[in-house]
Every structure is written in C-alpha cells, then in structure tokens.
Design a protein. Structure first.
Length: 294
C-alpha cells in the first residue's frame, strides 16, 4: 500500500514468515534511519521524503509539458531461500497549470464550414525509464562491488529498450558528496568542471547511452559517496554542448558556461541518485575497499 503526500511517500508492506529482509534498492547496508523501514508486528513501513528526495535515492521525473512530477523507488524483499522480489513504488503530483491565450485572429478570417479529413493518426510516446549502472572489467554489476581505491569503473546512464529509440539524454548536473557536509559539483550546465574529488578518464558521450569512466575514491570522514544528478530526456536527441575540440558533449569537460541554452526537444527532467559504500579492510590505504550500489 502506497500513500502519497505533498512531502512524503509512505509505503506499507505486509511481512510474511518467509521474508527475512526488506530494504531500498542499493541501500541494504545504508545506516540512515530515514531510509530504513519501521517494523511493527507483521508490517514494514517506509516513509520517504519527497522534499529531500536525494536522501534515500528516490528518483524524480518531471514532465515539462504539464509539470506532472513522478517520484519512484524500488524495494527489495529477500526470502529465506535467497530469492529477491522487487516492488516498484510511485507517487504522482500535478503541477500548476497556466492557461495560455492564443493571438487574436486577423480581421476577416473565416474557418471553412466543411472540413475534408481523410485520415487521423494518434501516437503516444512511451514514458522513459532511466537506469543507472556501473561496470567493472566490462561486466555490469548487479548488487554490491568491493574494490580498492583507484580501481577503474564505468558509470552508465541509459534508457530502457522501449523508450531508447524515441528519446535522447544529456547530463546537465552532477554532484558528489559524502552524504554529510562535504560535496563538490562535477558537472554544471552540461560540461564537466575542474574538480579534485573525482577524475574521470572519459566524459559522458553519445546522446542515447551515456558513459563515464572513473576510478574508485573515498571521502576521509564517511563510509559513503553519493552521486546526485539531473538528466534531460529529449525527443530523438538532446542538444549537446560544443566542446573546445569541436566535439559535442553530453556532460563533458569544458569551461563552465553561465547558463545552459534551452532545448526545444526536452520533454522530461529526471533527478537520479547513486551511492558508493566504502569498506575498511585494514589500516593501510591499499587495504581500503569501495563497494558500489545502485
């Protein structure tokens, strides 16, 4: 059962005897109590903030034509036989509609009384489903990954198979933080900025399937690294940002621009979150590992 308020999403799940673990996807070991369910008798209750939706990795998608906003997450139910069941929960919020008047028709304008309509065609584009993943050594990770700092990884942002032929993507903003106080913006208004906390080996390229290579890293005072990003979804293809070498980038290293130019093809704006968990295996730097969940 899902109850949607203006500032929160409340999910109530009945716990049967065969279920031994319930958690948000990618946050099995995340210690923030706001992201953990409250267990009462045979029920697990999540209360997820829609105001600070980044906190627990809630995805927000805004449809630009009508300001319809969708918030969604996935909840994992683990049973005793190590099977995992996935529940997708979603809340919808409508925005304020603005009435736009058309221009006054010119003097003497007359509309034909008889209209000869030979055919009518109506098509509805699919609602895009944005996915975030990471690869190590060319293999897509499903779950958790333990690596040493400096291990090459590849982040991928892509659409589902149904909507991929219809839309294109552009990463307009991305920030990395320790989920507490330390943070740094690594992409702003499309181009990547100069930064210290993460050094990518390649930018986000290709307007349909975005990838960026980076090396695992950690913050000194936190066991988690959080990526917070905004992705534009456009009909056919987003307008990339022209780079200093003449190539088009979709979240690429270049000097910062003060404002991203408007894109008439933009139809959705999606805010995404991913986490990296850092595990300490010893006192030496090379013994410290990182695990990526999404």
């Amino acid at each position: 059962k899902v109850r949607c308020n203006r500032d929160s999403m409340i999910v109530e799940i009945r716990r049967t005897d065969d279920i031994n673990n319930i958690y948000l996807e990618g946050l099995k070991y995340f210690t923030d109590v706001a992201c953990q369910p409250t267990l009462v008798d045979h029920q697990a209750v999540f209360k997820l903030s829609l105001t600070n939706f980044y906190q627990c990795g809630v995805t927000r998608m805004i449809q630009k034509s009508n300001n319809l906003t969708a918030y969604y997450h996935r909840i994992i139910l683990e049973s005793g036989d190590n099977e995992k069941h996935v529940l997708q929960v979603k809340c919808l919020q409508t925005g304020n509609h603005t009435i736009v008047k058309r221009n006054v028709l010119p003097a003497g304008f007359q509309e034909p009384i008889d209209l000869d309509i030979t055919s009518s065609l109506t098509e509805v584009a699919p609602q895009p489903k944005l996915q975030v993943g990471v690869r190590q050594a060319g293999k897509l990770v499903s779950g958790e990954l333990n690596v040493n700092p400096g291990t090459p990884l590849q982040m991928e942002i892509y659409l589902d198979k149904t909507s991929a032929p219809v839309y294109g993507l552009l990463v307009s903003y991305m920030q990395v933080s320790d989920t507490k106080a330390q943070e740094e913006t690594i992409i702003f208004n499309g181009p990547a900025r100069a930064y210290e906390l993460i050094a990518t080996e390649s930018p986000f390229l290709d307007g349909d399937f975005l990838t960026a290579k980076f090396r695992a890293f950690k913050f000194p005072d936190s066991t988690y690294v959080q990526f917070k990003g905004t992705v534009n979804v456009c009909l056919d293809k987003c307008r990339g940002i022209e780079c200093s070498n003449g190539q088009m980038g979709y979240g690429r290293k270049k000097r910062e621009i003060p404002e991203m130019p408007p894109d008439p093809n933009k139809v959705f704006e999606v805010s995404i979150t991913s986490f990296i968990k850092v595990d300490y295996k010893g006192d030496k730097l090379l013994d410290k590992g990182a695990s990526y969940t999404y």
